[in-house]
Write a protein that binds this ligand. Structure first.
Ligand code: ANZ
Ligand code: ZN
Length: 803
């Protein structure tokens, strides 16, 4: 009979549920393994087969690890605060709580379909007050330590979403959510001091088993630069200009200065003659994004002379001060000393405006004309002459430090995290503003501060959240002095809940603490984290920061949350990323009906290297489906017969297990599926003489992580009384992996002249010697000189002869 996927899958799903097969138990006595998916945002669109790629990888891996004796924690939950639900509420008047609940139900149904071993008893939802109580708790802890603070500052403002955004949410000057141009707005903001952790966030990357490109992105985002702050006195003016430079060694090559257009000194030092030009330039540049301003090469540099000069600190030289938008206000000090001979942007600028260029570093083999940004030795630099760049950096700082004009410093690109949104659907920030006491944290025993019901979800556009309109919410009393006071009405950004949710899975129903020590010590850290690379600098950086903070609180014993990270590639259809808006979504519900869950899972693994982008193909899926049918029929036909083991099958089996296991360990699931296909082909060829039980057991066991339902069915058919997932992954013996003897070709000048049987592990010398001594080779070699001889391992010997 044909394999009935619907029936078999329903049967095993029910059994797993009934027996609690996926429940994670910290008292099992086994070592733990925590395999985590990045939890989804439950959108209104449901999941498509692209999403399932990551979920299948993590489930295959979880099941595989379980068969290696680990107690698995494989949980799932919902990252459910955020703008889409709120925008939907604005358009349709449906409370985000209601639309979110509907979406969660649909996502959960779909995820249950996939046959994943999620422990649903541990399901969490960031919008559940019992969850966000602890999100607020960590905020209060940060506030107590001075790590959450309020500051008036120009922030990124999306005029369309009517909310502030973190730097991480601004991509190419546009809102990451809606694509509108981001502007600046001066507002009081809650900030988290992630910069206090910059060095640790950077250094600890070294201990993580993460893809190199993700680490590289985090390093670049943190952007640690060592250098110096150097001060230049203005001529005929009491102020000085402070710059940040990573190349203090080039100080003698500084020929002009540049201030960012927003720099406060621009107003005070610009001369009367230059004022009109400078002011119109400043106005114009404030309308550009940082990205536009920093482009190198493809755009002419712009700028205006202020009319002012500074004194060079070491030589008798006056440097003109310019204002130009390639210098940014929010990096370093917002001012630079320009060294056009050795900095690309300064070089372009100096060329454009005819400014002086003085080379001060030259490569070992002599001077170069024009721009030189490489390493070398100092020239035109008085006491620094002849020094290497690294030594000259130190020497220049010392020189300037002795007169109080500079000091060494470290600068970061990383900024503190803007942690407030002027929107409804988020965790209320648990702060009360009191006229006498200032901002006061809500006492932790009064948490959660629940999100109240509102009539209108629209942001007010004044920079206040809709919560500001609810008098019962806003008016309260100060926890310290009991005077009338007002609640903070901003909510947290979407990233708040996801910054610590992975800890909550260890102990999701704890109502006295975010988690118990016992649970956290057993389950954490996460051993394997699987998700999309788009989170490289947002979620993955924020989570590391939170973990370090919670470690510092003494609540956990580890300071990195995710030991190993795997980022799966996207699934495309006709070359485009699958997305509802592109209308190229393949819905797993349809696939499951036609082919079954196991076929879909196996295909998701077969489609290509898991870290690479892959193209969906229904033909490919059909191929995998036929393959599974074939395995099933093979087991069905042989399960009732009893045949003795044969050496040919034993050898095949050990080899298959060895190569499959190696591919699994290397996360090469696509080639793992090929290993199955080759193995089953070989077995079919042998099947006339019968297939022994060890072979069939092995097939059911190894297929189990990929096709769990069908494997359980086959395992039962083979007479086993317990779940295939309570069995152990098969092992192999080395002795079966060696080929004893193989036949190779012997060539003369590239043409095959004889066959030779050699030991499979024969050395080059042995194979060549054997080839030359073959009787049939003598006529080809007689009277000839051998000029070259090679042995291609396992394939051929080639002798190149002359004469
Ligand atoms: C002199 C110099 C000479 C520089 C040289 C570079 C090369 P990173 O590595 O990114 O930290 N800089 C400093 N502040 C700036 C700002 N607000 N906007 C634009 N550029 C700024 O880069 C540090 C270098 O970028 C600094 O070192 C400064 O130029 C420039 F041969 O100083 B340098
Ligand atoms: Zn007070």
């Amino acid at each position: 009979m044909d394999y009935q996927s619907q029936q078999v899958e329903a049967k095993w799903k029910a059994r797993w549920k009934e027996s609690g097969a996926h429940r994670a138990d910290k008292h099992s006595g086994k070592p733990k393994y925590y395999c985590l998916d990045m939890f989804p945002y439950p959108s209104g669109n449901g999941l498509h087969v692209g999403h399932w790629r990551g979920y299948t990888i993590s489930d295959v891996w979880s099941r595989y690890k379980r068969m290696h004796g680990f107690e698995i924690l494989h949980p799932m939950g919902w990252d459910a605060f955020g703008l889409p639900a709120e925008n939907y509420a604005i358009q349709h008047g449906v409370h985000p709580r209601i639309s979110t609940a509907e979406n969660v139900a649909n996502f959960k149904r779909q995820l249950e379909e996939i046959g994943a071993m999620y422990d649903w008893d541990r399901e969490i939802n960031t919008t559940d007050p019992e969850f966000y109580r602890w999100t607020q708790y960590f905020f209060v802890k940060m506030f107590e330590q001075g790590l959450a603070y309020r500051k008036k500052m120009p922030i990124n403002w999306c005029p369309s979403c009517k909310t502030g955004l973190a730097n991480e949410e601004v991509v190419d000057g546009k809102c990451d959510r809606c694509g509108s141009d981001v502007t600046k707005k001066e507002m009081y903001q809650w900030m988290l001091k992630i910069t206090a952790y910059a060095d640790r966030l950077l250094d600890d990357l070294d201990k993580l088993d993460w893809p190199e490109h993700v680490k590289r992105m985090q390093r670049a985002w943190i952007g640690r630069s060592e250098g110096a702050r150097i001060r230049f006195k203005l001529s005929n003016h009491p102020d000085e200009i402070e710059v940040f430079s990573t190349r203090p060694d080039t100080i003698y090559g500084a020929t002009y200065m540049v201030l960012a257009p927003e720099h406060p000194l621009v107003q005070t030092i610009t001369t009367a003659e230059q004022r009109t030009a400078v002011e119109s330039y400043v106005d114009e540049s404030l309308r550009k994004s940082n990205i536009e301003r920093q482009q190198v090469g493809d755009k002419t540099k712009t700028g205006v002379f202020t009319g002012a000069f500074v004194e060079h600190p070491l030589v008798d030289r006056k440097l003109p001060v310019w204002v130009a938008d390639y210098v940014l206000m929010d990096y370093g000090t917002g001012a630079i000393m320009a060294v056009p001979a050795h900095d690309e942007r300064d070089y372009e600028f100096a060329q454009e405006f005819g400014l002086e260029i003085i080379p001060v570093v030259q490569p070992q083999d002599g001077p170069v004309d024009g721009l030189y940004t490489g390493d070398g030795v100092l020239t035109n630099s008085h006491t620094l002459n002849g020094m290497k760049v690294a030594d000259a950096k130190r020497a220049a700082i010392e020189l300037l430090q002795s007169t109080g004009q500079a000091e060494a410093t470290v600068n970061y690109r990383l900024r503190d995290w803007v942690f407030a949104r002027q929107r409804y659907w988020g965790e209320p920030i648990p702060i009360i503003h009191c006229d006498a006491c200032g901002p006061v944290a809500v006492p932790v025993e009064q948490l959660p501060v629940r999100l109240p019901e509102v009539e209108r979800y629209e942001p007010t556009g004044t920079g206040e959240s809709p919560l500001a309109a609810i008098a019962e919410f806003v008016n309260t009393t100060c926890p310290k002095c009991h005077a009338p006071a007002k609640r903070e009405t901003d909510t947290m950004p979407q990233w708040a809940g996801s910054s610590w949710y992975f800890l909550r899975y260890a102990d999701p129903n704890n109502d006295e603490a975010p988690f118990s020590k016992e649970a956290i010590d057993y389950w954490l850290p996460v051993d394997m984290y699987i998700g999309g690379v788009e989170h490289a600098v947002l979620h993955l950086l924020y989570s590391r920061f939170y973990t370090k903070f919670i470690y510092d609180l003494g609540l956990i014993q580890f300071d990195e949350p995710f030991q190993r990270l795997f980022t799966q590639g996207m699934m495309t259809l006709n070359g485009a990323k699958m997305s509802k808006s592109k209308g190229n979504v393949v819905n797993p519900d349809d696939i499951i009906r036609d082919y079954g869950i196991d076929a879909l899972r196996m295909y998701e693994m077969f489609v290509g290297p898991p870290e690479d982008e892959a193209e969906w193909s229904t033909n490919g899926l059909e191929g995998v489906s036929r393959f599974l049918q074939r395995v099933y029929r093979l087991i069905q036909a042989h399960s009732t017969k009893s045949v003795p083991e044969r050496e040919a099958l034993t050898k095949l089996r050990h080899r298959f297990v060895a190569s499959l296991t190696e591919r699994m360990e290397g996360f090469r699931f696509n080639t793992a599926v090929s290993a199955f296909m080759e193995y089953v082909n070989a077995l079919s060829a042998e099947s006339k003489q019968g297939i022994d039980r060890a072979t069939m057991d092995t097939l059911a066991l190894t297929l189990a992580p990929f096709a769990p339902h069908m494997s359980e069915e086959m395992w039962e058919m083979l007479g086993h009384k317990t779940s295939v997932f309570d069995a152990t992954w098969p092992t192999f013996e080395e002795k079966w992996l060696k080929d004893d003897e193989i036949e190779i070709a012997v060539q003369v000048n590239g043409r095959v002249r004889a066959k030779l049987v050699v030991a499979a592990d024969a050395s080059d010398e042995a194979a060549i010697a054997a080839a030359k001594s073959l009787p049939e080779m003598q006529e080809w070699l007689a009277g000839k000189e051998i000029v070259k001889q090679i042995y291609v391992q396992g394939r051929l010997v080639n002798l190149v002869v002359k004469g």
